[in-house]
Design a protein around this ligand. Sequence first.
Ligand code: ZN
Length: 154
Amino acid sequence: MVKMNVESFNLDHTKVAAPFVRLAGTKQGNHGDVVYKYDVRFKQPNKEHMEMPALHSIEHLMAENIRNHSDQVVDLSPMGCQTGFYLSVINHDDYEDILVMLEKTLQDVVVATEVPACNEVQCGWAASHSLEGAQQLAKEMLAKKDEWRQVFVE
Ligand code: ZN
């Protein structure tokens, strides 16, 4: 396969075992700051995916809540294939701590009583949300916490 610019385009998606949390890349700036990008995969590629309203709501919930657990979060965004999220953090190279951060954030999702910013002022498609769906995704992800470190099929 020809090497492509996008890191995940060079990942063999038939060899991974979701759910998992994978360091997908790092980028160092001129002053030594380093951004770490993680592939937080909820669903098995080409076998399962998240439905949009649930994915949208868990995105809002995670993006808002994860920042209560770390001030080093740059971004958390969904993948277009609806199987996971990218989490970018700056100057934080502790994988185990990332897992703890994600666990706490998903626990926040499970006990949430509303989806933050799901209105037409703060969101681009406020009608497309499901708190219940988001909480189901969070519960499923938490139930397989012990598998997060294993990225590839053995
Ligand atoms: Zn939104």
